[in-house]
Each structure stands twice: as C-alpha cells, then as structure tokens.
Design a protein around this ligand. Structure first.
Ligand SMILES: Nc1nc2c(ncn2[C@@H]2O[C@H](COP(=O)(O)OP(=O)(O)OP(=O)(O)O)[C@@H](O)[C@H]2O)c(=O)[nH]1
Ligand SMILES: [K+]
Ligand SMILES: [Mg+2]
Length: 447
C-alpha cells in the first residue's frame, strides 16, 4: 500500500496550508522530514522540516494520528506549513524522494476511509457535498448526509429485508412438509410496508437533488420585454447584453443566485418570435427547450405592450411559473389583471419597483421545490435509481406471493435478495467496485 500525500487545504497563497500524509510510511516520512521522533498522538508541535540534503523547507506545526484513530483509518501525519506554491513544491520534492510516498489522486483519502469502514458511500458523498456547498440549505443537507442519516435509513431497510429473507428461506426448506403459510404470511406484510416506504421516499419531488444541483429557473417571454435587464438586476452585475433591439439575446446565459439558502440557476433566453434569422431561430429553439425542461418558468411581459391573450403561451405558463409585467414605469397594469389564469406581478427593472416582491415569490417557490425537509432525502440520481430498483423488485415479489409452493417462495426470495442488494449498492455494503471509481474521482485532490 502506497503512502499518499496531498495539500488538504485550498491551493494558492495563504497564511497556512495543511498537508496530509496517509499510509504505512507516514510515520517514517514525518520523522525523516523533522529529523525527530513523531510527536505524541494528536498533539500539535512546532518542527523545522528539512529535505534529504538537510536544506530547510519551512517551519510549522505537525500532528501525528496513528492508525486506526485517523480520518483514513491508516497512519496519518498532518503538516501545517506556510501557504504558497514554492513551499508546496519544496515539500512535494522532499516527500516524493521518500520510499513508498506518492501524491494522492482525487478522492483517495476518502476512498481509504471508506475501504477501512469509517464511512459509507452516502457519507463520503455528503463530505464531498459539504466541501462543495455554496448555500445554507446545501450545507445543512450535506451535513445531515455526512452524519449518516441516509446510511441509517437504507441500512435499516436492508436489515429488514435480510431478516425477511431469512424467514422465507427457512420456509422454503419446510414447504414440502406443509408447514409454511404461517411463517410467510407476516413476511409478505412486512415486504409490502417496505415497498410503500420506498415509494414515498421516492415521491419527494426531487427536493434533495434540486437543492444539491440548484433549482433551474428559465426567464422567458417575447422579445424586448426586459428579460436580460431582469437577469442583470437579479445578478447585480451586467451579465447579459441589453439593447433596445428586439432579438438581442441568442445564447442561454446562466447566473446562480442564493435564494434563502437554496441555489437557483437562473437562465436568460432569447425572446420568442418567428424569425428568418438562422441564429435567432436557434436561440428561440434553445429558449423553448429551457422553458420546457427547467423547474420554474419566469414569464416576462411588457406592461406597455401586453399580449392580447394567453393563447400561444401555454408552455410558458406550465406550473410552477411566475408571470411579471415589466416596464411598470411606462404603463400601469389594469386592475386585477391576470394572464392565462396567473396573478401578474408588476415590475420595473428601471425603477426597481417589484424586484423585492419577485424575489419573495421566487424564494417561496424555491422552498416548495427544494428546501430541506428535515428528513433524510435522496440527493443523487444514483440513490433514486437503486431505491426504485429495490421497490420494483419488492412489487414483483408481491406478485409471486400469491402463488403457492416452494417455487413461488423461491421467486419471492430471489426478488427480496435483489432488493437488498440494490440498497446495498447505495451505501457500499455490497460489492460495488465498478461504481467506486466514478464516485471518488469527482472529489478534489486532498480529500
Ligand atoms: N422603461 C423601461 N425600459 C426597460 C425596462 N427594462 C428594460 N427596459 C428596456 O427595454 C429594452 C430591452 O431590454 P432587454 O433587457 O434587452 O430585453 P430582452 O427581453 O432581453 O430582449 P431580447 O433579448 O431582445 O429578447 C432595453 O432598451 C431596456 O433598457 C423597464 O423596467 N422600464
Ligand atoms: K433587446
Ligand atoms: Mg435579452
């Protein structure tokens, strides 16, 4: 087993940079660098670090975490040196010259922690999410997952399935002796309860995934109504080009907003109209694609040029959607004005009127789409896929449960086994070698 090392803190110029070494040669490496015995476990001590030729690298705090009480479960050393590229380069040169030491690959520390049983795959993913979290909601969700909330849920279900399986198997052994039904019947009830729990866990409106990835909001509407102006106002910077020429925007432009802890990926799109310009046609095609695919539609109209009716706006009004009438500084909305059945918010990007009300409305919508529920929720397609596969297997098992004799019971047992296996792939309790690379390679180096 190699001993791996990496910068664990952010790269670039900083007061302090933290380096981590993990593996069987960590202690020897620490002692070679400092020229002294490793300090007592988990105590920071000041040491001078030198390379093989005695050249000083830097002076800093070093810590020693003997296995198994470390992040990876292996021998780990931590070096707190001065931040900066030259220090890092000198340290890496010295470490690479030591036997058995090499730079870590992305996610390798966490992978070793997983392989040593210190965390399961959902906790490892939670850790990656916490490092990447940009909003309060994301941070809380990641912390909960890292704390093992999802692992506990899935492992609990899996344990229940394994228990049912044991009962079914004992029943299979006795079927020929005509003992069965009394043992199997309660098992079928438990399996049905589990399948129902999985279905309700799946019917979460994709909240966790949305919170992790951002709720997608498409700003759409006719040309020249002020869509790009609105994007710039929301972003508080000049992201999009604004002119008085209809058809200015062609490409889809995105900004990420933090709306009460939920990230919103807000996209400005081309004004929708028939055009003979091939570039604009492509822009309109992309705008419609976003209007259809995104989580929320923000339809912008022009108060001074309201459409005669909402016919032709059906796709843009698909709920959840918000309708605003911009340029309120030019024309007031008729009393009680509604568009396609929707309440219309008056807005003026120019004067700022209505921006606050729009942000409030968006925040409410974000909370409906993605705010954390306080329960352990699915945060990745990987989880969703496996839970759905488990629920499908249990539904199949329920179909066989009506049959009689050992053959039917064997079919039930096989599906229960598949369901348990599927849940096991989420936490990594069953053999998942093929998915490990995909999961850990997305980590940053030093994690
Ligand atoms: N009076 C007034 N003019 C506005 C307001 N918002 C935007 N405008 C003007 O409306 C014109 C069009 O603005 P854009 O933001 O480019 O409109 P758009 O919907 O992105 O236009 P396309 O990308 O061409 O579809 C510009 O001249 C803006 O300055 C507003 O609240 N009041
Ligand atoms: K324009
Ligand atoms: Mg525009």
């Amino acid at each position: 087993m190699d001993t791996i090392f990496a910068l664990a803190s952010g790269s670039g110029t900083a007061g302090v940079a933290v380096y981590r070494l993990s593996g069987p040669a960590a202690r020897a490496a620490l002692e070679a660098l400092t020229g002294r015995a490793a300090p007592p476990p988990r105590q920071a001590v000041l040491r001078r670090l030198r390379d093989r030729d005695g050249g000083e690298i830097d002076r800093g705090l070093v810590l020693w975490f003997p296995a198994p009480a470390s992040f990876t479960g292996e021998d780990v050393a931590e070096l707190h040196l001065h931040g900066g590229r030259a220090v890092r380069a000198a340290l890496y040169r010295a470490l690479q010259a030591l036997p058995g030491c090499r730079p870590a690959e992305a996610g390798e520390f966490t992978r070793r922690a997983f392989e040593n049983g210190l965390l399961d795959l959902t906790q490892a993913e939670g850790l990656a999410d916490l490092v990447a979290a940009e909003t309060e909601g994301q941070r809380r969700q990641a912390l909960r997952q890292m704390g093992g909330a999802l692992a506990a849920l899935y492992e609990g279900w899996r344990a229940e399935l394994v228990d049912c399986l044991a009962l079914l198997e004992s029943d299979i052994d006795f079927t020929d002796e005509d003992l069965p039904d009394d043992v199997s019947a309660p098992v079928f009830g438990r399996l049905a309860d589990l399948a129902a729990a999985m279905r309700s866990h799946l019917a979460d409106g994709h909240r966790g995934e949305r919170l992790r990835e951002g709720v997608r909001v498409a700003i759409v509407g006719p040309p020249n109504v002020g869509k790009s102006s609105l994007l710039n106002a929301l972003a508080r910077r000049e992201v999009a080009i604004v002119t008085d020429i209809a058809g200015t925007t062609r490409d889809v432009l995105e900004v990420v907003l933090d709306l009460d802890g939920v990230p919103a990926v807000v996209a400005d799109t081309a004004g929708l109209r028939c055009s003979s310009d091939a570039v604009e046609q492509e822009g309109v095609r992309r705008a419609m694609a976003r209007a259809t695919a995104d989580d929320v539609r923000l339809l912008v109209l022009d108060s001074s040029a309201l459409p005669a009716d909402a016919a032709g706006f059906r796709e843009l009004l698909q709920p959840p959607s918000i309708v605003v009438a911009n340029k309120a500084d030019l024309a007031a909305l008729p009393d009680g004005y509604r568009f396609g059945g929707s309440v219309v918010l008056p807005l003026s990007v120019r004067s700022g009127e209505g921006i606050g009300a729009l942000l409030d409305r968006l925040s409410v919508m974000m909370a409906e789409c993605a705010a954390p529920t306080g329960e352990a929720g699915i945060t990745r397609e990987r989880h969703r896929h496996a839970v759905a596969a488990a629920a499908d297997a249990l539904d199949r098992a329920a179909g066989f449960a009506g049959g009689s004799g050992s053959v039917a019971l064997e079919l039930v047992a096989e599906d229960v086994r598949l369901a348990a296996r599927s849940l096991g792939t989420i936490t990594g309790r069953v053999d998942v070698e093929e998915i490990l690379g995909a999961i850990f390679s997305r980590f940053c180096i030093g994690k």
